[in-house]
Design a protein around this ligand. Structure first.
Ligand code: SF4
Ligand code: SF4
Length: 318
């Protein structure tokens, strides 16, 4: 049973942590804009507090650690997973690029520790973009080590540009990589790349343009509704997001339980506009002189929403 507070519009079922914005890789499609140059990392004490507060006000069904690359900080990742297990969260997930499979013996040891810590679902990223930075043997060894450690739910996390039948150079190369991985028997989770982060600049020509009018219908990956979010993601900065960098508070300023309890989409000018009018309405919050709106530049509503929310003229207005 989920606990729903009087007046609360958050019915939390899922919690995600961006453990770090840092990554050993710098994929051209990275929607999180992670890179070796970014250094933000969540500390374990804070992470434990967030987990305890979230579980105190909700019955979480799932928890996920991702990044950046969470296994750049294996000790922190393991300590956080252990807490999630101790708090009784049933589904404990991670997305990793598997770089840590480069050394088979170390991969075996890490996988066993991850299993003991409570990890029970792992998406190992591998596709044309990742292999430019990480040899395919690394995710292969990492995924096999996880399976051998007893984590049954391991999948390849595969980013596709158009579709698995498409003839563009990226999807074609990804098909070849997947053929190479076939002997592992590991199932594949295809994820269509959305126009966010580095993907916008590097893959712009591959995105189909969609209408920009209409209200927000929930985030492009989880479909998280803004009126009653069921999932939040906490960044190392403390921002609590209900969609792509769409914050409803900062846990370094306000307790997570209070953010959850007091969330009301009517009270946030930005979220109210997104729910009622959609991202086009955000233009009313930007000084006309500071932003030249060119409809044709935007791929879809979410692309436009993220771009408008990035501009400093917008931030100073809200
Ligand atoms: S491995 Fe993942 S997080 Fe790292 S740069 Fe590539 S897509 Fe981004
Ligand atoms: S329109 Fe904005 S808030 Fe709504 S799903 Fe897209 S990015 Fe998220």
């Amino acid at each position: 049973m989920n606990i729903v507070f009087c007046g609360s519009k958050v019915n939390l079922r899922r919690l995600e942590f961006t453990l770090t914005t840092q990554c050993n890789s710098q994929c051209i499609h990275c929607q999180a804009e992670a890179s070796p140059l970014r250094k933000d990392v969540m500390n374990v004490k804070n992470a434990h507090n967030y987990l305890m507060e979230a579980t105190a006000v909700s019955n979480l069904e799932s928890f996920m650690v991702f990044g950046g690359e969470p296994m750049l900080y294996p000790e922190r990742a393991i300590a956080i997973l252990e807490k999630a297990k101790q708090l009784g969260i049933p589904k404990i997930e991670m997305i990793t690029n598997g770089f840590w499979g480069g050394d088979k013996e170390r991969a075996r040891r890490l996988a066993e520790r991850l299993k003991v810590a409570g990890l029970n679902e792992v998406n190992v990223s591998v596709d044309v973009f990742h292999v430019q930075h990480i040899p395919v043997e690394c995710p292969w060894n990492a995924a096999v080590s996880l399976l051998n450690a007893g984590i049954d739910n391991v999948k390849w996390n595969v980013a596709i540009v158009e579709s698995m039948d498409a003839e563009n150079k990226y999807d074609k190369r990804t098909r070849q990589i997947l053929e190479k991985l076939e002997p592992t028997g590991i199932p594949i989770n295809f994820v269509k790349i959305i126009p966010a982060g580095c993907a916008v600049e590097n893959l712009y020509e591959f995105f189909e343009h969609e209408p920009l009018h209409g209200p927000c219908i929930g985030d492009p990956i989880l479909g998280n509704p803004l009126k009653n979010p069921e999932s939040i993601c906490i960044e190392p900065s403390g921002e609590v997001d209900v969609c792509w960098h769409l914050s409803i508070g900062n846990v370094k300023k306000t307790s997570l339980s209070r953010i959850i309890r007091e969330y009301d989409w009517h009270k946030s000018p930005v979220i109210k506009i997104l729910v009622e009018d959609g991202p086009l309405g955000l233009l009313n919050l930007v000084e006309a002189n500071d932003f030249e709106f060119q409809e044709s530049c935007f791929i879809n509503k979410c692309h436009m929403c993220m771009e408008i929310r990035k501009i400093s003229a917008f931030r100073s207005c809200v």
